[in-house]
Structure formats: structure tokens, C-alpha cells
Design a protein around this ligand. Sequence first.
Ligand code: B12
Length: 501
Amino acid sequence: MRVLFARPNAGYYVHYSAQPSLGLLALASFLQAKGHTVRIFDHELEHDLMDAVTEFQPDAAAVTLFSDATIPDAMQISRALKALGLPVLWGGHMASAIPELAARADFVDYVGISEGEYTLLELLEVVEGKREPETVLGIAYVDKDGEYHRTADRPFADLSDFPPLDYSLIPVERFNYKLPFANRISPMMASKGCPFSCTYCFNNEYHRCQRRVYPQEVIFQQIQTLATKYHFDGFLFVDEIFGTDKQELRKFCQGIKDLNLAVTWGTETTIGMLTREDLELMHGAGCRWLQFGLESGCAEMRKKIHKFYDASKIDETFRNCREIGIMTQGQFIIALPDETPEQVRETVRLCFRTQPDMFSLAFFVPIPGTQLCRELEAAGELTLPKTLEDRVGSAMERQQLRQNFSRIPDRDLLVIQKSFHWWLVFKKKKKIPGVKRSSFLEIAVENLLVNLRRAGLGGLARDLWESGKLLCTEAWYAHAYPSIRKKYDLYAKNFGRTDWD
Ligand code: B12
């Protein structure tokens, strides 16, 4: 069959880096290897869906839903494709989180839940009339009588069954993802899933807490191709957790070193997982960037959200990274359910104390299917939207306070987050040896220039307007409330401070 894959536009700013959709690339590479003909329409880069349809003449469409922000465009694309009489299949993280809402949309035929390779292959057989939908595991659909069905979960595949990603299916040269550690970064995945079960994370539902690894030879081959053929100098492993298996980590580092390429890489791990020896080994293999999900500075809150890392290792880990030359990103969640001002103050202090090179203080957003979301629903504090239209969010949802489930006033939360944003953008940072640049502002300006081609002057004007508004809001909350800044000790001089108690 001829399958058109569509990646909706999430409405990002022009000054953001463009990244490929790894999910669609994986699916398209898999279907192609199984004999189907594929085309990826990336609405973040291409403008005209109908041109793609006329040129490709698809028999079916597969649309990916990554987050709430992708819903409006996914609906628009799917309506247009359905109007042409094409079967429309949905999948991806957000579709998996809201299968019933998605399946009930009259422009969606079937929803693939969780990993999509084999599910999509079988769904195409359903579309061709070769099998019945109830025989396909891991899908949701509404039958002719309007009755909703969800089939049993699909057991996870062995990741070595999947072919290497076929980068010729995407316009690789147009992706310009940058982080301070490299000029041109390709996202990659060396593993899927995470054994932990933090209650706010969708992983528990999506990967059922199972961690699986891709064969390392395949990863090394891809790094080789991306570096030599497409001139990438950095790789971000978007794995949920890195370094759980020490033997695997050692083989991985040796494999990257053996490639003998001048590339750097980064990934995400957890506190207490990596010893100084591990970090040195990783640095020797080109690791320059590590993200840590610290989430809350309050032990009681961490226990509540099942974030079980060894807090006594926090300072040592950040110090080791600094000494070895690995940049750190600290990830924090504020406005967690029932969080008190005192608890969030502990998070603020932790951010200051660890002084990561980058930090993200995201507002808590309940993702359907997570334990925390179920708890809020059971307590009557949250009613989930009943239609797709009501679910629509924004690409910046964790930077905006949509619903506050904490006991901290909205204004305090905004002042805390925006103060840190302000420092992130404007605070002078130390140059780290071997690191290309250390300011997000520099990256944003570079992106703006590169992305002009796809966004056009209209896009540029919209971006300047939207970012101008955003900057004013951020500046306002970061500066206009001295009493709130005092309440939480929000002063730049506190970076690196350890003597809080
Ligand atoms: C990389 C990443 C990003 C990148 C995006 C990169 C990109 N190319 O778009 C960045 C940093 C920009 C990002 C931003 C956000 N992200 Co993010 N991100 C991830 C991450 C780490 C990896 C996703 C990935 O590439 N997976 C690899 C591919 C191979 O797998 P996949 O995408 O799951 O695809 C498979 C299936 O989904 C399925 N499938 C996909 N499409 C289809 C279609 C059909 C028809 C079928 C049948 C199947 C199917 O098959 C695919 C192959 O197996 C995940 C966590 C994780 N490790 O999974 C979070 C994650 C997806 N992000 C999440 C969130 C919440 C966000 C943000 C909203 C955060 C924010 N800013 O507020 C934004 C929204 C961005 C947007 N565009 O709207 C959540 C999503 C939860 C949910 N259910 O909504 C996740 C799961 C993190 C988490 N644990 O909470 N993110």
C-alpha cells in the first residue's frame, strides 16, 4: 500500500530548532522494509498537504499525535484526508493517552496505542479488508454501531526486529536542532522505556515500565552515517533513562570511541545511577550533556510522586559533572498537586544549590493515563475533557499555568518560573571548555535566521510578535513582584548557595 505519514505542526516558534519526528521515521522505515511505499509529510517543514497527496496518491494515512499541541493540526489534516476518502489512522503518545476521544472523532478510523510498528502493519491489513480489527492487538476503534472497542495490549517487540532508520525519508539537511554542546544535533534512541514508576510520567502506561534496548551496532552505524554523510556533530539520546545497565554502558562508550569521530552527545539519567568513574568514561566517549529529572526539592513530595532517587548523591553528581566537563540540565516540576509554598521553596533552593547549566521549571500538567491524573480525577479535582477540541493545548504547555492543583497562589508560581527563565536567558554563564556556546539566546537567534526559509516573512513577523509578548510577560513576572521574590529568595546571587538551613 501507499502510506502517507503526517506529522502535524505543533505551533512552535520560529526561533525553535526543527527536529525530526523519530516516531514517524521509525514507522515509515519499518513499513518500507515490509514492502509498503511510504512518504512522510512534515507539516513543521512543508506547507501544502494537498500537493503531497496529489504527488504521492496514498491509499491510507497515518497521523502522529505527540502532545496536546499537535491536536488542532492533526484534526485539520485528518479531516482533509478523510474528505478524500482515505482511511485515517492515529497513533503516538497523545493518541495513546486519549484513545477513546481519538477513536470517537469521525475523521479517525483506528487508533494505534503505544509502539506502532506491528500494529500499523496489521491495521493496513484491516484497511485492505484482509483481517478484522478485533484481531489486532493494541488498537482502539468505534464500530458501525457506534460502540467503542479497545483490544488487549500488544506485547512489546524485540527492538532488533526493527530496521535501521532510513534517513533518506526525511529532509535531513533541514533539521537544525542545537544545544550548547553541539552545532547540529540529531535526536536518537538507544533504548525505550524506564523501570521506574513516577506517578506523573506517562511512561508507566506507554512502556509498561519495561526497558528495552536497540542493538548497539545499529546505533553506531547510524551515528557513523549521520556524522559522515549528513554532518551532524552531536547526538541527543532521548531515551527515558540512560545508564541502568553498567555493562551495556561500558560497551556503548567503547563503541562510540571506536568510531573515532569528533562527535559529542548527551542524554537523560537519574541521580545516583552514575558514579564518577562512569561519568569519566562517558566524557571520554564524548558525553557533554546530562539531563537529570530532580523534580522536587522536597523529600516528602518526591515520595508522594514516587520519584525515588538517592538525594544524598545530588551534590556529588553535579560536582562530578562540573569537574569532569559535562554540562547539566536540571529538570524540576512545580505546582504539583497539593504542593505548599514551603515545599516549592525547597525546589527553588535545590535549583540554586545544584546550579545546573540549564534548568527547566515546568508547571505540572496531568497527562491522562498517569497515576497522578487518576488520583486527581478520583479526588474530584480534575474532570478530563470530553472532546478533542477541549483537549487542545499549546506547544509551551508546561511554561503556561493552565490549571493549578497546588496550594501555591498562581502569581507566586509565575514569579518563580519566570525569574528562573530570565536568568536562563540573560544570566552571564561561564564558558565551559569544549562546549560550543552557553546561551539559549544565541541559539534562538541562530534558529530564527535558519528557519526563515520555512517560515517566510509572515512567520518571522508572527514570531517576533509572539516572542515579544512572551518576553514582556516573562519580564513582568520576573521583576514586578519584589515581595514574592523575597518570599522565595529569588535572587541571582543564590546560585551555588548551600547554607540554606
Ligand atoms: C524527544 C521528546 C521531545 C522533543 C520533541 C522532538 C520531536 N521530534 O518532536 C521535545 C523536547 C521538543 C519535546 C517537547 C514536548 N514533549 Co516530549 N518527549 C520526547 C521524548 C523524550 C522522546 C519521544 C520520541 O522521539 N520517541 C521515539 C519514537 C521512536 O517513539 P514514539 O514517538 O513513541 O513513536 C512510536 C509510537 O508513538 C507509535 N506511533 C507514533 N505515531 C504513530 C502513528 C500511528 C498511526 C500509529 C499506529 C502509531 C504511531 O509508533 C512509534 C514507533 O514505535 C518523550 C519521552 C520518551 N523517551 O519517549 C517525551 C514525551 C513524548 N514528551 C512529552 C511532553 C509532555 C512534551 C511537551 C508537551 C512538554 C512541554 N514543552 O511542555 C512538549 C510538546 C512538544 C510538541 N511538539 O508538541 C510526554 C508526552 C506525554 C503525552 N502522552 O502527552 C513524553 C512521553 C514525556 C513524558 N514521559 O511525560 N519532547
